[in-house]
Design a protein around this ligand. Structure first.
Ligand SMILES: Cc1ncc(COP(=O)(O)O)c(C=O)c1O
Length: 367
């Protein structure tokens, strides 16, 4: 044996340091501290633990329709029917309404609503918590509940409210980091604020397990308990992550994804003009889809059982209203070998291109 490698973070090894440096180059200014894990679930857990440690508080505001993973804390932060734990219930978590302008819980139309879904979070804090919350956790684009894109002002308002109450703003960027939504490396950059903590994951390391929490040195230093786990700095995963980021920088920078996303959107707009069954275009960049409805005025979803289309397994049980939603790009891609990319089996750098290419061919040619 020539070299012995420490997988846990007891001693940082070369790949972990190199990858942390690379992440610091593409994350928002000041977010220079990274901590690794093996799944998005773990990243979310660690992000929330960090916020609780830093603030000395324990209450958290999450969002309805969110999927945050499968651990005890993550399922409690989750708000999708079918994913909730049932028996392992944790106190101290409130779920705000989903910012979904197409199917608004408050009914009025954007923008005359004044982004009521964001302002309601102050009411939730004041009326249903001790007022001493540790964090708000939200995702730039809600994946599992159907690629829901919040109104552009939403996160800035929520972040201001969160800070007003002395809490941290956590962006769950597990599916949206690395340019997936186009234009920026992190999805939360589409709105003005910079998150305090970001959770990242998915195919970050080309299919080998890896996730991360990214934050500022000040917040990172708030972690006063041990967060050591056996494989968290897996050198194979980290080598994969370094390679993936190099490929992304060369072949699929966020500007490239944005251009592809615009093509996808234009194709979906043509489909909308042609087929009344297309009720709404969802998502952004290379995370787009269409929602199928029986009637555009009533927005009655196209029933999952009658549609004869294969639904996304994640979104099906998540939300009945979402049964008509098809994440068409993912399905289109899933029918090809390249589709495996979405499951994180392949290099997401090439995945961006291949998925985009497949969407371009399958969808745009139908239009
Ligand atoms: C927004 C979001 N957060 C967290 C997770 C959990 O990630 P993982 O399945 O890697 O534990 C997911 C998984 O789909 C997700 O979409």
């Amino acid at each position: 044996m020539q070299t012995q490698v420490q997988c846990s973070s007891v001693d940082p090894h070369e790949h972990a340091v190199r990858y942390a440096e690379m992440l610091a180059e593409i994350t928002p200014p000041g977010m220079t501290r990274s901590y690794f894990g093996l799944s998005g679930t773990e990243a979310v857990e660690n992000a929330v633990k960090l916020a609780c440690q830093y603030t000395g508080r324990s209450e958290v505001i999450a969002v309805r329709g969110a999927h945050r993973g499968l651990s005890g804390l993550a399922v409690n932060l989750t708000s999708c029917p079918g994913w909730r734990p049932g028996r392992i219930l944790m106190p101290g978590i409130r779920h705000a309404v989903q910012p979904n302008c197409h199917r608004c819980a408050f009914k009025p139309k954007y923008p005359s609503c004044g982004v009521a879904c964001a302002w309601d979070i102050e009411e939730i804090i004041r009326r249903t918590t001790s007022g001493q919350i540790a964090a708000f956790i939200g995702e730039p684009l809600a994946g599992v509940s159907g690629l829901i894109r919040p109104p552009v002002e939403y996160f800035k308002i929520v972040q201001d409210i969160t800070h007003k109450y002395g809490a941290l703003f956590i962006a769950d960027e597990v599916p949206t980091m690395f340019g997936r939504t186009g234009r920026y490396w992190n999805g939360s950059a589409h709105w003005a604020g910079v998150p305090d903590i970001m959770a990242i994951g998915k195919s970050i390391a080309g299919g080998t397990p890896l996730s991360g929490v990214v934050t500022t040195p000040e917040i990172a230093n708030g972690m006063k308990v041990q967060l050591i786990s056996t494989f968290q700095q897996n050198p194979v995963s980290l080598a994969g992550a370094i390679a993936v980021l190099e490929v992304l920088k060369e072949e699929a920078r966020p500007s490239y994804v944005e251009a592809i996303g615009n093509e996808i959107r234009a194709g979906f707009e043509r489909l909308t003009a042609k087929y009344p069954v297309v009720g709404n275009i969802l998502g952004k960049g290379c995370m787009q889809g269409i929602e199928l409805v029986k009637d555009r005025d009533t927005k009655q979803p196209f029933g999952a059982d009658e549609r004869g289309l294969r639904g996304n397994q994640g979104s099906r049980p998540a939300d009945r209203r979402g049964r008509g939603q098809e994440r068409v790009p993912l399905h289109a891609a899933a029918r090809t070998p390249e589709g495996a990319c979405d499951q994180g089996h392949r290099d997401p750098g090439r995945c961006h291109r291949r998925r985009a290419g497949v969407i371009g061919v399958v969808e745009l040619s139908q239009a």
